[in-house]
Design a protein around this ligand. Structure first.
Ligand code: CTP
Length: 398
């Protein structure tokens, strides 16, 4: 990835302390981060903090004599791939909405023609004031993406809407805006992720070790690349990806019904979910009490969701499965590819170090009817992109 420059405007609100963590995360993610502080922001946090984190000079005011150029705001705007104002006070929102340019940050804002994000952070009444809301609407009209503030405890002591989102949420917004080429724009992608839970009684269920990390990585990567993404998720403890519509389900039957209702309108379906193949034949309404001796549970088969999709595939719809094996990885996965009538299967072995449930990495072998490619060990994020690259290549009309 060529190094992209993110200009971060920091204005004078208590959430300034989170801006330092944000700049650290952006730098670690590989962005060149240029910070502009308003004078009021320096009352909360000093430039040295940001300079240490970003390794760049921080700008505070247009009349700072140490700058090399008298038009530093224009030079900065020229360099910017993205402008992010976080935290944004009601004051900077009003200035940006009306083209007022009277300091380093507001002149830079006016000179920037790159994508712009703004994260309002203030007292709830200030945020909900129709003047602020009108100003935010004006910014949206001018093409800004407004990142909704979170609800919670505010510095004024009240609880309400107006908190700056956490740095990792802002990082997600930056990644979504500029990190990747939007080569999936116009495509609707359905992803399933996580395990399913098959209830036995009100306190017990049958499930598996899937954490949903691979599927969430695929959904997030597809959204970053411009796709319209729906994620059908079994029970996991992961944060919902932004820019993705998530549908929560519990059992294989819930997932089957959700997939059936969504399948028709999607161009690509990627089934990373670890769906239970069996469920208890009876679900007890009361807790099953132990008795003397052993217990056997009759199980019945669940529906093969991917098999159903293969039988009901729309023309040009691309179906991609995942296959977890402990032996004969490629042969078994190839059999699933043809049995289920799908276009690609991503095989991973539980026996391989760095692959499988829970971890941050995976080792996939991508298999289609005509070729296969063994990918090396890589992060699940990178693996998700490689899967999407392969699907894009395969979908190309020949
Ligand atoms: N799958 C599905 N519905 C099921 C079981 C699996 O849609 N009831 C999908 C999974 O989401 C995955 C693919 O089928 O994309 C392969 O899943 P896997 O569990 O590896 O294979 P199975 O079909 O269960 O076959 P086997 O039991 O032989 O491993």
């Amino acid at each position: 990835m060529e190094k992209k420059t993110i200009v971060v405007g920091v204005t004078g609100g208590i959430a300034c302390y989170k801006a330092a963590a944000l700049c650290s995360k952006l730098t670690q993610r590989g962005y060149n981060v240029e910070v502009v502080l308003t004078k009021n922001a320096t009352e909360f946090i000093g430039p040295h903090t940001f300079e240490s984190l970003t390794h760049n000079r921080v700008m505070v005011d247009t009349f700072d004599r140490n700058f090399q150029s008298h038009v530093e705001h224009v030079a900065l705007a020229d360099k910017a791939d993205l402008l992010l104002v976080a935290p944004a006070t009601a004051n900077i929102i009003a200035k940006a909405a009306h083209g007022i340019a009277d300091d380093m940050l507001s002149t830079t804002i006016l000179a920037c023609d790159c994508p712009k994000l703004i994260a309002p952070a203030m007292n709830t009444r200030m945020y909900e004031n129709p003047v602020t809301q009108d100003n935010l609407s004006a910014l949206r009209r001018y093409g800004w993406e407004v990142i909704e503030p979170a609800t919670g405890h505010l510095a004024c002591g009240a609880t309400g809407k107006g908190k700056m989102p956490e740095p990792e949420d802002l990082l997600e917004a930056v990644d979504h805006a500029v990190r990747y080429e939007k080569d999936l724009t116009g495509l609707r992608i359905l992803v399933t992720a996580g395990p399913t839970r098959e209830r036995l009684d009100p306190v017990r269920f049958i499930s598996n070790h899937s954490t949903g990390k691979m599927g969430y990585a695929v959904a997030r990567a597809a959204a970053y690349r411009g796709a319209q993404v729906t994620l059908i998720s079994g029970p996991v403890s992961l944060k919902k990806p932004a820019y993705v519509e998530t549908v929560d389900v519990e059992s294989a039957l819930d997932m089957f019904q959700a997939v059936q209702s969504q399948a028709e309108e999607h161009d690509i379906i990627i089934k990373t979910a670890a769906v239970a193949d069996y469920r208890p034949a009876q679900v007890s309404g009361e807790k099953i009490k132990k008795e003397e001796g052993d217990l056997s549970l009759p199980l019945e088969r669940t529906d093969d969701i991917l098999g159903w999709l293969g039988q009901h595939r729309k023309p040009r719809q691309f179906l991609c499965g995942f296959s977890m094996e402990t032996e004969n990885l490629v042969e078994n996965s190839r059999q699933k590819l043809s049995r289920k009538g799908i276009q690609m299967i991503c095989a991973n072995s539980l026996r391989q170090e760095g692959a499988g449930f829970g971890g941050e990495t995976n080792v996939l072998t991508l298999i289609t009817p005509s070729w296969e490619e063994a990918l090396p060990l890589m992060s699940k994020e990178e693996a998700a992109h490689r899967v999407l690259d392969a699907i894009l290549r395969e979908r190309k009309p020949t």
